[in-house]
Structures are given as C-alpha cells and as structure tokens.
Design a protein around this ligand. Structure first.
Ligand code: DX5
Ligand code: ZN
Length: 210
C-alpha cells in the first residue's frame, strides 16, 4: 500500500510541499478547490502552477473543480502519476478523454453520499477510483465509515478491470483500522501527517497498520 500526503490543511503550502519532498511519502496529493464544485477555493490555475514548482515527488492530483482542463493545462509539464476528477462534474467524459490523451492515469472520485453504481459506466476507462471518506473541500474532517460498502463493491468486481483503489479523507492512526484487509492500493492522508513534526513517523504508523 502506498501513501500520498495532502497539504490542503497546512498553513503554508510551499513549506509543507518541501517537507513532503523530504519524507518517505510515495506521492504528493495535490488537492485543488475551485470555489464552484466545492465551497472553498485554494488555487487559480496559475497559482497552482506556481506553487507546484517546489514539488520533487510524483503528483497525485485531485481536482475538486468543475472545469479540470483549465487546471490541467497549467501543470502539464509536471511529473504527474494520476489526475483525478469527480464523477459529478458537468464535462466528465471530455475531461477523462483529455487526461487519457496526455498519457496520464485517469482517476475518478466518488463522494460519500453518491451511489457507487454511478461508476459502472466508467469501469473500462478508469485507472484509479478515489473513494472519498469525507465530503470534499476541507482537510481535518472525520472519516465516514459508511463508505466502506463502496470499497467492498469495488473489490468484488476488481479482477475484471484494471483500476486501483484509493481512499481519501480523515485517515489517521485510529480510522486506518477500518481499512485493514480492504485491499487498498493508495491512502491519502493530510492533517494526521502534516500537523506532526515527524512526517515519516506518521507515514510508518499508517503503513504498519494495514
Ligand atoms: C478533502 C481532500 C483530502 C483531505 C485529506 O477534500 O480531498 O485530500 O484534505 O486531508 P485529511 O487527512 O486532513 O482529511
Ligand atoms: Zn484529496
């Protein structure tokens, strides 16, 4: 299991990214909020480009935005592993095709209240399914155990497709126990790691718990 670290809840994005660079995190999880798809706004496309200049690890980009292409065009030349968009955005198909055309992995995120069966139409094209275990938009929220049903559903069908399973939101040394034996490929954790002085210690706690 891999760990991506989110800097969304940190006070200083650039400093936090520099600390993630030095840690044993597998990826930097880049949360982008546009003030439209989610209430808060943390980046314009240009500011996103500028902020990521300090990043030295592969990026796991999570776009909580209505128009992913505006943001993607600004970060094309970064070292990106996956770009994740949300199931319920207006131009989902166009966004998926665009990410594909760039040769990048396509992630699709599903919110706690959404029916997992909405993903069925995209199972052939999706590389990473991001199960949101909090409502999107803010770091530091509590893990919602009900989303575990979605993971069970995905595990039942996983061998017919090529997607990996990722879980994002509220993951700490306690809630991680919900994910034991759930066959998770990637967990995303923010405040549990970035509020600590020792990122590697926190990452190890999560990795050792699964
Ligand atoms: C929620 C974000 C998550 C979140 C993770 O909108 O997508 O990536 O910030 O941070 P924690 O671990 O603090 O919930
Ligand atoms: Zn995220």
């Amino acid at each position: 299991m891999k760990v991506a670290v989110s800097f969304l809840k940190s006070d200083n994005y650039v400093n936090c990214i520099k600390r993630i660079n030095k840690s044993k995190a597998d990826f930097i999880h880049v949360d982008v909020c546009d003030g439209k798809y989610v209430e808060g706004k943390n980046f314009t496309p240009k500011l996103l480009n500028k902020t990521l200049k300090v990043a030295k690890k592969k990026l796991d980009v999570h776009l909580m935005v209505n128009n992913p292409i505006d943001y993607i065009n600004e970060i094309l030349y970064y070292d990106i592993e996956t770009i994740t968009v949300h199931l319920s955005i207006p131009n989902l198909k166009e966004s998926i095709n665009y990410i594909n055309s760039l040769g990048l992995k396509v992630g699709i995120a599903i919110n706690p209240k959404q029916d997992i069966r909405m993903i069925d139409n995209f199972l052939d094209v999706v590389d990473q399914i991001l199960i949101m275990s909090v409502n999107p938009g803010k770091g530091g929220q509590s893990f919602i155990p009900k989303v575990l049903d979605k993971i069970d559903y995905l595990n039942k069908i996983k061998n017919k497709y090529h997607f990996t399973i990722s879980v994002d939101g509220g993951i700490n040394d306690e809630s991680i126990s919900y994910l034991k034996d759930k066959n998770i490929d990637l967990i995303v954790s923010g405040s549990f790691i970035t509020s600590s002085d020792d990122f590697n210690k926190q990452i190890k706690i999560l990795k050792d718990s699964i």
